[in-house]
Ligand binder design. Structure first.
Ligand SMILES: CC(C)(COP(=O)(O)OP(=O)(O)OC[C@H]1O[C@@H](n2cnc3c(N)ncnc32)[C@H](O)[C@@H]1OP(=O)(O)O)[C@@H](O)C(=O)NCCC(=O)NCCS
Length: 249
């Protein structure tokens, strides 16, 4: 049975939450709100080009876009398998870009992406990447790229910005801006409860052990990174998207 719950937003927009997942937003006259009026641009694309969509009800299943930021662009590949994708644009954000690529035959995405504050944040998630459960916060003009063919496990947390400022007492200057974009290379495996902090970069073919806190830049491929802060604990390794059981039978 579908559980429907009506709520009233502070800005007067009514939403119906269905099973706590799908959010359809309506204006005060009960009309589905066009993206245009919220100043968001949403495109569906494939190899033959792209088509802009204007209304929430034209979104593919299981993708929700909520919030009130301005001038944000979302590009969704027609082949994206969205198990549960929610993008939230907070009021103080603008000019952000989110690109979600083709999932091919893989399981696709279960991810909650928050554009928290500031302008010009970007996130790109590559082809055939699986995310089993991640929450991603972007803010203050920061960037995140998750490559092709990656496997992200459950309860992953990614923050491209610290959020709160840390100041130098002598100069008053803010010292904790994102200095480098966060990059997860192609064909990386992030274990359960990995935390990715600002500036973290891992190359292609990296394995990240469960509970690792990733900070800074790693250069060598085919390693396992583990611990807090993450350090290389093994190298010269590869992983398979098949289970041990499948490979041994
Ligand atoms: C990354 C992983 C696969 C590596 O397994 P492995 O190669 O068999 O590693 P080992 O168990 O031999 O451990 C090697 C060393 O790393 C340490 N280590 C292993 N996992 C660690 C972790 N998560 N954090 C910190 N250290 C870890 C071990 O204590 C060991 O240290 P030691 O040599 O001092 O004894 C495994 O640690 C892991 O994280 N598994 C969880 C994967 C997961 O999240 N799966 C969900 C799929 S959806």
């Amino acid at each position: 049975m579908k559980l429907l719950r009506k709520v009233r937003h502070p800005n007067g927009i009514r939403s119906i939450y269905c099973c706590g997942v799908k959010i359809w937003s309506y204006d005060s006259r009960n009309r589905a709100r066009p993206f245009r009026r919220l100043k968001q641009r949403v495109f569906i694309y494939d190899d033959n080009g792209e088509r802009e969509i204007f209304y929430y009800y034209q979104l593919p299943d299981n993708i929700d876009i909520v919030g009130s930021g301005r001038n944000n662009t979302v590009r969704i590949h027609r082949g994206l398998r969205a198990r549960n994708v929610c993008l939230r644009f907070d009021k103080r954000t603008a000019d952000n870009l989110c690109v979600l690529d083709d999932s091919g035959d893989c399981d696709g995405l279960d991810v909650f992406i928050v554009f928290q504050a500031g302008h010009g944040n970007t996130i790109k998630i590559g082809q055939r990447t699986v995310i089993n459960g991640a929450k991603i916060w972007l803010g203050n003009g920061s960037h995140l790229r998750i490559g092709d063919d990656c496997m992200l496990s459950y309860e992953i947390m990614i923050r491209t910005t610290d959020g709160h400022a840390i100041m130098d007492n002598a100069t008053g200057a803010i010292i904790n801006h994102q200095k480098n974009p966060c990059i997860i290379g192609n064909h990386c495996w992030l274990g359960l409860r990995t935390i990715v902090n600002k500036n973290a970069q891992i190359p292609d073919n990296t394995i990240v052990a469960s509970g690792t806190v990733l900070t800074g830049r790693f250069r060598d491929e085919h390693t396992i990174i583990a611990g807090n802060p993450g350090r290389v604990i093994k190298s010269g390794l590869s992983f398979s998207d098949k289970s041990i059981f499948e490979l041994e039978c």
